[in-house]
Write a protein that binds this ligand. Structure first.
Ligand code: SF4
Ligand code: SF4
Length: 129
């Protein structure tokens, strides 16, 4: 999952003006895009708990400072695009995946070239009077 090419924060217009919602097909394409995965304090708490690790061990072994040194990111383990991308494109920490991943693509402004790779779809909900 990239930090870029998609930047968070300015795609809310996709959801505010309609009753559309996104259905992910779990193709794993976004997990393979180059970039970094930022972690919130809540991400750290939930993921370490899910992995049965202390937060200290999780922080020491699986995280590092972001390039601009303002926060934590998931450390690249060099073995796959994301250390938590498992067989069949399944996220091994699906239930507690980072906020950045959970917000994709609804809260992202995804460039067209990457949008084409995504196999998910926006579903239009019928409005009830
Ligand atoms: S944490 Fe899970 S959803 Fe996020 S990039 Fe990695 S495999 Fe994909
Ligand atoms: S369908 Fe889109 S959001 Fe879901 S895993 Fe594939 S690229 Fe990511």
């Amino acid at each position: 999952m990239p930090d870029s090419p998609a930047q968070q924060g300015n795609a809310d217009s996709q959801t505010k003006a309609s009753d559309r919602h996104f259905v992910c097909r779990r193709c794993g394409a976004c997990c393979r895009w180059p970039g970094i995965i930022r972690l919130t304090a809540e991400d750290v708490r939930q993921i370490s708990q899910f992995l049965h690790l202390t937060e200290e061990v999780f922080l020491d072994t699986m995280t590092e400072l972001s390039p601009e040194r303002t926060g934590l990111i998931l450390k690249d383990d060099q073995s796959s695009p994301c250390r938590f991308l498992g067989d069949g494109n399944l996220c091994l920490i699906q239930d507690v995946k980072p906020r950045q991943c959970r917000d994709f693509p609804e809260k992202w402004d995804v460039p067209q070239e990457f949008r084409r790779l995504c196999q998910g779809e926006w579903i239009e909900e019928a409005r009830h009077a």
